[in-house]
Design a protein around this ligand. Structure first.
Ligand code: R5P
Length: 288
């Protein structure tokens, strides 16, 4: 993998893809179009306990400057396209919001550009990707191409469309493709000649569903996940992120990973109860 790229790009990619060829990316860039999303109101606090369990963060440039300590030692994939919000009719009218030079100045491992293939602004978003690929090439900076869907494309999270969009993104020169998991996902992987990571999407019903998504994606050839809401909107983010990590890096089966998550959740509950009881004891001892 990546035999034909320069040392600088290999070095940056190694901050995203671990030595085992797998990647756990934590996506926290949602605020660039959703604002202060539930679970990510205070990014620095929300990610504090998750960082040891991920290979990289995917995030917006403002959050790097304001919420990530400069001694953060893992990969950072910077969102480089944007310009629409959930208050707009749709979110595909994007431009580049970052230059490759600025990304390198922020010590990014890669930049991410969304393409909305087939949406009203499809052409423009494809050109955003190719412009960034050309710009980033000057610095050996990898580009992650995101096959995004807005409202107009919301029903397109299926094999035929995702294969088409992912292949386009790879053809245009992205180093990694981020797409959605779907039934028949192995075909998306087979026809996309660069590594693929899958998004998590909106919150699933159970931890088992989240772990099954990760497991199936890996079994069918994805190198990992770039997951957000299913981690930091969950009741126990630090537990589920460890389960996801175990599936991706330790080859845990769903059942084993679920046991790990459940034991971490129980431990966290016990700790919470203990601190509530201790606080009450202190209060009571002051009263008497
Ligand atoms: C797209 O690139 C988005 O900004 C998110 O990074 C992406 O959807 C992954 O997050 P989630 O797992 O919450 O869908």
């Amino acid at each position: 993998m990546f035999d034909n790229v320069g040392w600088g790009k290999k070095k940056r990619l190694s901050q995203i893809i671990a030595g085992d060829g797998r990647a756990v990316m934590l996506a926290i860039d949602h605020g660039y179009f959703m604002g202060a999303t539930h679970g990510m109101e205070r990014p620095a606090e929300a990610i504090k306990d998750l960082l040891p369990h991920v290979d990289s963060l995917m995030l917006s440039p403002g959050i790097v400057r304001n919420s990530v300590r400069p001694d953060f030692g893992r990969g950072m994939v910077l969102r480089a396209s944007g310009g629409n919000t959930i208050l707009d009719p749709d979110i595909d009218d994007e431009s580049l919001i970052l230059t490759a030079k600025e990304a390198v100045r922020l010590n990014a491992s890669a930049v991410a550009v969304s393409v909305f293939v087939g949406a009203e602004h499809s052409h423009q978003t494809i050109i955003n990707l190719t412009d960034m690929i050309t710009d980033a090439a000057q610095y050996d900076l990898p580009v992650l191409g995101v096959t995004a869907v807005g409202k107009a494309l919301k029903d397109k999270k299926e094999k035929r469309y995702l294969t088409h969009a992912s292949r386009l993104v790879a053809e245009l020169g992205a180093d990694i493709v981020k797409t959605y998991y779907c039934e028949g996902f192995e075909e998306v992987v087979a026809k996309t000649p660069v590594p693929i990571v899958v998004a998590g999407g909106p919150r699933l019903d159970t931890y088992e569903d989240v772990l099954t998504l990760c497991y199936n994606a890996i079994q069918m050839g994805a190198i990992g996940v770039d997951m957000g809401r299913n981690i930091w909107q969950s009741d126990y983010p630090a537990a589920i992120v460890q389960g996801v990590n175990a599936v991706i890096h330790k080859n845990f089966k769903v059942k084993e990973a679920l046991q790990l998550v459940e034991s971490l959740c129980n431990e966290a509950t016990r700790r919470k109860e203990y601190s509530v009881e201790t606080a009450q004891d202190i209060k009571d001892s002051k009263v008497h």
